[in-house]
Design a protein around this ligand. Structure first.
Ligand code: CTP
Length: 412
């Protein structure tokens, strides 16, 4: 399960959470809590059945607002809350969305607080279905989902496979609150990269010595994944060419990220060069091994002299191709190339030199002397340098925030 870390994307946003009557409603207080933690203002509307699973008191305490459950209640703040709520909201999240509320929303039936609010909503609506696997696969439900997904402002989230409240295992679980929030953030993000293609290289490469050993480096791929998620969140179609590492992007419906997993520098070279042909932006974030063993032993190299080994082992190394240089050579008009430099001394001078030597438009400098920067951790501290001399220093911050700063700088 992805761990949600509040970014500043929810700050000050107005979000209506619509809860319908499914067992997954018990998770919605946690969703509201996370939205509030991220700085959003939350108002809640529910169907009557939702209140069988979660009480208005909990929802009011967490949202700090009155819960709208009854169109005809005399205590409502406005006489027409199903109109004022959508006017107030930047985004509506319907979670869990039962078969019943999906059917109503898809077909314009408005007979309770939630469905009337939905019908008056013109801003984005994120819908998180949850139900039994047989109900989910019923053609009637599938038709309703398809119809709902065709409305311009509606985004339907997938369901997850797993244990269902009815005691069976299958498809139909609601996505976790953390996953729903990540998608909400994407919907609230400006789509300034819509229609753009971005290629990103990331992670280390492995250069095989024999079937069980390789040369590599400490890169974890986290910065490239943060960049991929940032670009995809802003509407780009992203190809991430990723060396062997544990980091991987969130595979959710709004993230248009295609990941190509590669192992060696030469694999990365082929995949990245090909993908870059029609890219608008190429970000070279990978820590590519500069050299590979000139020969890879077919069998495991033995240590003991009895087995054909020796006390000293010499590896001959051959230089790997430079991916950034090859892409720069074929660079087309309007394509932006962004490289990274990890330096230990004379950082700015080395980075500027690398920027020009490699034909890049921008270079992002990490200094290994800065604590919390570079490989491994969840934070980074970088200086971004443009070919035209512009320069920006970013503070120590999360890699996701660094990714945002880099893209903001490059798109300025
Ligand atoms: N890079 C690349 N292909 C390589 C080596 C590096 O695309 N074979 C890219 C990296 O992804 C990075 C930039 O070039 O964006 C700089 O990488 P770096 O390792 O710092 O540069 P090198 O040219 O290898 O210089 P050196 O290691 O001598 O500092």
């Amino acid at each position: 399960m992805p761990l949600y870390k509040p970014s500043n994307m929810l700050q000050g946003k107005h979000i209506v959470v619509g809860i319908s009557g499914g067992i997954a409603a018990y998770k919605i207080p946690a969703l509201i809590r996370l939205l509030k933690k991220g700085g959003a203002e939350v108002k809640v509307t529910t169907t009557r059945n939702a209140l069988e699973f979660v009480t208005p008191l909990v929802l009011e305490a967490l949202s700090n607002n009155k819960v709208y459950t009854d169109v005809f209640a005399t205590g409502n703040d406005h006489t027409t809350e199903h109109i004022s709520l959508p006017d107030w909201a930047d985004l509506m999240i319907i979670a869990p969305a039962t078969a019943n509320i999906i059917g109503k929303c898809a077909n314009g039936i408005a007979d309770d607080a939630l469905s009337t609010t939905f019908l008056a909503m013109r801003k984005p609506v994120l819908i998180a279905p949850a139900m039994n696997a047989n109900m989910l696969s019923h053609p009637a439900l599938q038709q309703n989902l398809e119809r709902l997904g065709q409305y311009d402002n509606c985004t339907i989230l997938p369901t997850a496979n797993g244990f269902l409240a009815c005691g069976t295992t299958g498809d139909g679980r609601m996505l976790e609150p953390e996953e729903i929030i990540l998608q909400a953030e994407t919907l609230l993000t400006k789509q300034d990269l819509k229609g753009r293609r971005v290629v990103i290289t990331g992670g280390p490469t492995r250069e095989k010595i024999d079937p069980v050993r390789f040369i590599s480096n400490f890169s974890t791929g986290k910065m490239s994944v943060a960049l991929a998620e940032e670009c995809a969140g802003r509407g780009a179609e992203v190809t991430l060419v990723l060396g062997p590492c544990e980091a991987h992007p969130q595979q959710l419906p709004l993230n248009k990220i295609k990941t190509i997993n590669v192992e060696s520098a030469r694999d990365m070279y082929s995949a990245a060069v090909e993908a870059s042909n029609d890219a608008d932006m190429v970000i070279l974030c990978a820590a590519v091994a500069d050299y590979r063993p000139s020969e890879t032993a077919e069998h495991k190299i033995k240590r003991s002299a009895d087995d054909g080994g020796s006390e000293r082992l010499q590896l001959n190394l051959t230089e790997n191709p430079d991916i950034s240089a090859a892409i720069a050579e074929n660079k087309h008009d309007g394509q932006r190339l962004i490289g990274f430099a990890l330096e230990t001394d004379n950082e700015l001078e080395h980075a500027r030199h690398k920027l020009h030597r490699k034909g890049l438009d921008y270079i992002v400098l990490n200094s290994l002397r800065d604590q919390g920067a570079g490989f491994g951790g969840d934070t980074n501290k970088v200086t971004i340098i443009a070919r035209d001399g512009r320069q920006a220093e970013c503070p120590l911050e999360s890699k996701r925030q660094t990714a945002k700063d880099i893209i903001d700088f490059v798109c300025r």
